[in-house]
Design a protein around this ligand. Sequence first.
Ligand SMILES: CC(C)(COP(=O)(O)OP(=O)(O)OC[C@H]1O[C@@H](n2cnc3c(N)ncnc32)[C@H](O)[C@@H]1OP(=O)(O)O)[C@@H](O)C(=O)NCCC(=O)NCCS
Length: 291
Amino acid sequence: MAIVSGKLGVDGLSEAVGVLREWQNDGAPMQLHPGDLGWFWRSGAEATAAAVRTWSRDGQILAVGLLDGPGLLRLTIAPDAQRDEELAQRLLEDVTEPECGVLPEGRVNIEAPMGALVQDLLFEDGWNADEPWAPLRRDLTDPVKDPGVRIELVGPERAHVFAAVHRAAFVGSGFTAERWHAMAAGLPYADARCPVARDDQGNAVAAVTVWSAGPGRPGLLEPMGVHREHRRHGYGEAITVAAAAALQELGSSSAVVCTPSSHAGAVATYKSAGFQQGPEIRDRYREAQDV
Ligand SMILES: CC(C)(COP(=O)(O)OP(=O)(O)OC[C@H]1O[C@@H](n2cnc3c(N)ncnc32)[C@H](O)[C@@H]1OP(=O)(O)O)[C@@H](O)C(=O)NCCC(=O)NCCS
């Protein structure tokens, strides 16, 4: 059977979210998580459907891609199809041929599971390895300690609180309460929580969104940030511990996150909250002039 690739449409997104949940596994290298689609959903269901691609054989999805910004394709592959030759060849063709419309011309980055055959094919095709990213994981078997600050789980009426912290934490963030509502209307948000930390004066100082992939599977932190006027007071550690506790309550086996290895503050924050750093991950990239 040939590989069929394409878009799913809004109604088909539940199928993509479903396979991404199934593919999460503590033993596997970190890969695209249902929470990544959940966070993208802040732009709306139509935009999410337009950004998701699937590759199937015989009606079964073998790979899911998320066009997570201009020139960035985040790809993940079913655990038993990571070394599937036909699939890897087709993925390479689809990302190399501009007429396939998967990626624009110009600088293109592809994130794919480390160890997948498509990584080898991209390498042989002359794609370079980009800057290293650090995957970090915290096991959730043992009870998570109290974060030591006041934590509020934000719901629809307090969406503006989460949005304000996000804007104060991330340079260039245009996050709004409307975007929070769009995100919360998405399928993956049924298994998500938004803890916000407050200081002694009651100011909202840090926020995170956590995404469960179902009981016994890794849950994702995306995004996590501390208000720029409240940094270096332990709130980054506290909100990350609160994130781990929220995921534990949702039944996750571990909490996972990925950040650029060069982002010393984030790596130190996750480690101080009990996360351990795994083997580095690198995108493959190609410049327009290499085509
Ligand atoms: C990264 C960030 C969350 C840290 O928050 P914070 O409240 O300042 O962190 P904390 O005070 O809890 O510090 C936790 C640890 O990180 C270290 N740390 C914090 N910022 C650091 C920096 N810029 N450089 C080096 N280490 C840093 C602290 O020394 C502390 O280490 P220790 O436990 O070994 O003493 C914050 O700078 C931020 O929100 N940045 C922008 C958003 C972002 O990048 N989020 C992460 C994306 S994955």
